[in-house]
Design a binder for this molecule. Structure first.
Ligand SMILES: [Zn+2]
Length: 526
């Protein structure tokens, strides 16, 4: 018995010792993690030395011109219309809205609706710069049935109240093609993505022309009409035109990210996100085949049920997540302003990469930073309630992270559909872009123009999460930078391609001022 007691005592002592060692090790590890977090070289924000204040107000006329542009429903899919084509109306409208631009610049239509403007500079030996946007818009999905999409004409210049009349009772405060000006905002499809950008370029050029400004180098403006459906008819053809004419650019400026408002992602200052790369994209249609017939005698799995199974697999078998070098640098740049837990995870990736990835995957915005995303967007069965269709169609859209490829996505879909009777078709595709440098005059010009509008913002390079037209222009120059110079909170960001898309008058004014600065400053930046 004594022997047994001694044995237990000894064992207890030994276990206690091991526990103490383990606890001390854990404590050491914790101390290392905390110290590493404290000393981690997160980028420090420095207020830029730009003191000149920029006037950011948009004039009534400028607001009116954008509002009228919104009223022309240039939905990408309607570019093929043979009658009442809104793209024809838009072209006519543009020439009426900006007569000075049309007078001073050479204009060219590429593939009918791709629009090019060429502003000749003083020095023809310098490489030109290029501003991009698109004037097609995404369709409006949810809308009050039977309501008209335009509403009354709700704003006129000089209207002292500038208030649209009445409240529109849907998820839109005002009809999606009303161009209503109310609540300090302009409402409608295209107010953010991306008619506002196009109109802001032309507003800026109009003001500069009125002041007899001529740029040092040539400036080109290029506007696509099918960005929302792949850009193969617009941007791709325009880029080919530049290539054929040996025109290369020192800078290409297009849409991409935005300046995020304070509070977004837990960062209490605005962050100007400039895309130096963008994800690729790939839209795939899957047709699932099965016997059809009357719904009174359904097979155990109809084509639509099989499609549902495939959709479930597409959704559950996501691409693996990874922190690519650009995203790592991005986290180093913004991490310093984040909370301690986030800082700790970023600073200790040697140990905490898995929990960090888990954290990033939880939010759709950060999830998109670390993987090729899968979004099932459309599905179609039969046309009648009592008919079983012989085919069901699934449309799935992938945004491809650097490192993955269109080929990889296609193989992934083939693997998922293995065992099903399907046809797989790639509708549109674009590989991820290459990386632009942060050591160019084109980058520094953006930095300067941003600092004039947002002196309190830190500017960081990032990857744009969707494919834009900019990618098509990589053949015309290496320096491609993507930002829409507006400051948006999370709600405003969510209205893009969604309900209630709008731009604040303040943001529209900033946009015009930004492009004016960029056009004026470019040649003076060292
Ligand atoms: Zn866009």
């Amino acid at each position: 018995m004594q022997y047994y007691r001694d044995y237990r005592k000894k064992k207890k002592k030994k276990t206690g010792k091991i526990l103490a060692i383990l606890l001390s090790l854990l404590l050491v590890l914790l101390i290392v993690i905390v110290i590493k977090t404290i000393i981690y070289p997160f980028a420090k924000f420095e207020t830029p030395a730009v003191t000149e204040q920029t006037n950011t107000g948009a004039s009534d006329e400028a607001v009116w011109r954008l509002a009228k542009a919104i009223r022309i429903p240039t939905i990408s899919q309607d570019a093929d219309k043979t009658t009442d084509n809104p793209f024809d109306s838009f072209k006519v409208y543009l020439s009426e809205a900006y007569p000075e631009v049309y007078k001073a610049m050479d204009t060219l239509s590429i593939n009918k609706y791709g629009l090019l403007f060429h502003w000749k500079g003083k020095d023809t030996l310098r490489n030109p710069i290029l501003f991009l946007a698109h004037y097609d818009v995404a369709p409006v999905v949810r809308h009050k049935c039977g309501e008209d999409m335009f509403g009354e004409e709700v704003f006129r210049p000089g209207d002292p109240k500038k208030e649209a009349i009445g409240k529109y009772q849907t998820a839109w405060d005002f009809p999606p093609f009303s161009g209503a000006v109310a609540n300090g905002r302009i409402y409608g499809r295209g107010t953010l993505d991306a008619k506002s950008m196009m109109m802001a370029h032309l507003e800026a050029a109009t003001t500069l022309l009125a002041n007899s400004f001529q740029p040092e180098q040539d400036i080109w403006f290029a506007y696509g009409f099918d960005q929302e459906t792949g850009g193969t008819k617009g941007a791709l053809k325009i880029a080919e035109y530049f290539k054929q004419n040996n025109i290369t650019f020192d800078a290409v400026y297009g849409e991409g990210s935005v300046v995020t408002a304070p509070g977004v992602a837990g960062i209490d200052r605005p962050v100007a996100l400039v895309g130096i790369a963008e994800k690729g994209s790939c839209t795939i249609s899957i047709t699932v085949k099965e016997k059809g017939g009357h719904s009174s005698m359904p097979p155990s799995k109809s084509s639509l049920v099989l499609a549902a199974e495939i959709i479930e697999k597409l959704n559950s078998k996501q691409f693996p997540a990874d922190i690519i070098p650009l995203v790592k640098t991005f986290l180093d740049n913004v991490g310093g302003d984040m909370n301690f837990i986030s800082r700790m995870a970023i600073a200790n990736q040697w140990l905490l990469e898995a929990p960090l990835l888990k954290l990033l995957k939880q939010d759709p915005a950060t999830n998109a930073l670390v993987r090729t995303t899968t979004a099932v967007t459309m599905v179609k069965g039969s046309n009648a309630p009592n008919i079983l269709s012989t085919t069901a169609d699934i449309t799935v859209n992938f945004c491809i992270l650097t490192g993955d490829s269109v080929g990889k996505v296609v193989n992934h879909v083939k693997e998922i559909c293995d065992g099903y009777d399907v046809d797989i078709r790639v509708d549109t595709s674009c590989e991820p872009s290459s990386l632009s440098s942060e050591k160019t005059r084109a980058w520094r010009a953006v930095k300067n123009a941003i600092a004039r509008l947002y002196p309190e913002a830190s500017m960081v390079a990032c990857i744009a999460l969707t494919a834009t037209d900019a990618q098509r222009y990589e053949t015309t120059g290496k320096n491609v930078y993507r930002i829409m110079p507006v400051c948006l909170n999370e709600y405003e960001q969510r209205t893009i391609h969604n309900e209630n898309e709008h731009i604040s008058l303040e943001n529209y004014g900033r946009m015009i001022a930004y492009y004016k600065n960029l056009m004026k400053l470019f040649e003076t930046i060292e």
